[in-house]
Design a protein around this ligand. Structure first.
Ligand SMILES: [Zn+2]
Length: 138
């Protein structure tokens, strides 16, 4: 269903590692600066309208706890956001390593026609489970 391979970038191929390392690094720095400057936190429109937390409620508090090194609290605020931050950190370490060492890049290809649907279904189930958790926690 899913095949992993390591290869060097082809001429003219988009350098995903460099692009997403820069984007996530800039987002992380902006977020850390936002929190350090004690600027107002984003307000949830869904919560304001319905009185119920949305799928991503707790994301800012989860990220703030993560940046302060309180991983258990980051998980408690929003597990899916916590896992997303962990995935970004792992990707950034990988991207930095392959960029600095000019090593082959990891590429993922879906080999079965239904693999894309299976991945999308898994993401939807995880999102709904996370939303259920956030609703129960509120
Ligand atoms: Zn929300």
């Amino acid at each position: 269903m899913m095949r992993l391979s390591w290869r060097h970038l082809r001429p003219g191929e988009l350098d995903h590692e460099l692009i997403w390392l820069l984007v996530s690094g800039a987002a992380g720095l902006l977020g850390a600066a936002w929190l350090a400057l004690r600027l107002p936190w984003p307000r949830c429109t869904f919560l304001a309208v319905t009185g119920l937390p949305c799928l991503t409620c707790g994301a800012t508090r989860s990220a703030a706890a993560f940046l302060q090194g309180d991983l258990a609290l980051a998980w408690q605020w929003n597990p899916l956001v916590f896992l997303g931050i962990c995935a970004v950190v792992l990707f950034d370490v990988y991207a930095l390593l392959v960029l600095l060492t000019r090593a082959p890049r990891l590429r993922v290809s879906l080999t079965h026609p239904r693999a894309g649907r299976a991945v999308a279904g898994t993401v939807i189930v995880l999102a709904l489970l996370n939303w259920g958790y956030v609703l129960l926690r509120s």
